[in-house]
Design a binder for this molecule. Structure first.
Ligand SMILES: O=C(O)COP(=O)(O)O
Ligand SMILES: [Mg+2]
Length: 226
């Protein structure tokens, strides 16, 4: 039988990366003279990749995203964000409680495991190296791996394919609307985690299941995959 494929989002789903994203954002915008953001505020800006994060950060500082000033500042801040974050990729980041057990159980059961993230690919693999997780995943597709990204379903479908799986035997796990929207458009059942980075409650995403903790993963997963 075709093996089951489980595709995880990264930020806010596998790993609480908030502290290191906040440090890199505050560093890069701090160099341009902006005051630091609180951790909770940064979490609300994450989900659409590094460029969007800085754009949204500048917006919160009162700069219209389309203005010439904002674009010039973005061009300065983005390389500095990437440099600082790559050098400090796993200082305060922590896997969510119970996630290692879930990954271990899925691997033991022969599942294909993929990561579909809007985080740049190099930062994603850098984080997995720092955590000693590189061998856990059959495919990792970042926000810059394809010409499209979540919520485009192709990002998820390509992750499933590269993991060696099949769309008809797959589940997506994510913390934001872009994850759920990509999964729905791809026709893949989706579990939303309620503990990630989202401005809106996970129960509003329209996911097939919502879990508050990875202790509840196995039950939700069994119900969806049959
Ligand atoms: O880095 C981001 O903006 C989003 O990353 P995610 O897709 O893993 O949540
Ligand atoms: Mg996420």
């Amino acid at each position: 039988m075709t093996p089951v494929t489980v595709v995880f989002d990264l930020d806010g789903t596998l790993v609480d990366t908030g502290p290191d994203i906040a440090a890199a954002l505050n560093h890069s915008l701090g160099l341009l003279g902006y005051p630091p953001f609180e951790l909770d505020d940064v979490a609300k800006l994450v989900g659409h990749g590094a460029r969007a994060l800085i754009e949204r950060g500048l917006q919160r500082q009162g700069l219209a995203a389309s203005s010439t000033d904002a674009r010039a500042l973005l061009d300065k801040a983005l390389p500095e964000f990437m440099r600082y974050y790559a050098a400090n990729i796993c200082v305060g980041s922590q896997p969510y409680p119970g996630v290692v057990g879930v990954l271990d159980r899925l691997a033991a059961a022969g599942a294909r495991i993929g990561v579909c993230t809007n985080k740049p690919h190099a930062l994603s693999t850098g984080l997995f190296e720092a955590l000693g997780w590189t061998q856990r995943f059959h495919a990792v597709l970042g926000g810059d791996s394809l010409a499209v990204r979540k919520p485009d379903p192709q990002h998820l479908l390509e992750t499933i394919a590269q993991a060696g799986g099949d769309r008809t035997r797959a589940v997506m796990v994510g913390d934001s609307t872009v994850d759920v929207d990509a999964a729905k458009a791809a026709g893949v059942p989706v579990i939303a985690v309620a503990f990630g980075f989202s401005e809106t409650p996970a129960t509003d995403f329209g996911a097939d299941a919502v879990i508050e903790h990875y202790d509840d993963f196995d039950t939700a997963f069994a119900r969806l995959i049959g």
